[in-house]
Design a protein around this ligand. Sequence first.
Ligand code: PEP
Length: 248
Amino acid sequence: TMSRTPLVAGNWKMNGSRELAGTFSDTLNANSVEGVDVVICPPSVFLTSFEASAFALGGQDVSALDNGAHTGDVSTGMLAECGCDYVIVGHSERRQDHGESSELVAQKAARVLSANLTPIVCIGEPLDVREAGESALQEYLGKQLAALTKQLSPQDLSGCVIAYEPIWAIGTGKTASPEQAQNVHAYIRATLAETDEAVADGMRILYGGSVKADNAEALFSQPDVDGGLIGGASLKADDFMTICQAAK
Ligand code: PEP
């Protein structure tokens, strides 16, 4: 099996400021985490307020379209010009609040790849699906994955990162147990292997949902958990550093 470089990405959501971008730049550049890819995804208006040397930047979302008459949207080229190497696509808040379908999410991932950036593609189930049992859970996640494997070539798929974020665990303080996360991550990898075994083997699959400084290590030590996507705890530089260290 391939060894996968762990990745920890902070999703600031609609939080932060230019001042916080400065604080994070100082802390993260002074504490580079050997062997871990560290990414901060701030609101796009703050991207250029970072001085990123020991970490990378990412967008939280992007348009699936070319530059043009699309008021309020931001393109992959613009994110690249502002220093991004990564873009989150399909976060559950985009799917829920903006009606994004898995097909649109796959289009966005393709657009991100064609700009030579890395999409962090989010999938994850709501509470009622989790409570309906294992086969309902696998069917739900399988559909979200199928939209991606249908639109992307194996070559393109190999340029993606996947984030498993159970919606019931996001911002709730109810994290998935390490065993629950491992079970789903193994299912995701096995599903990807049906498309391409080498791609599945190399795929970084992040866990997201109430990862904190004190539970990160137990989650990241699972064999199919290759790091995390961090919301709330990514807004405090010290907590975020501790979480990045836990991915080593
Ligand atoms: C997220 O929204 O990506 C997330 C994981 O949030 P939190 O860590 O706050 O649950």
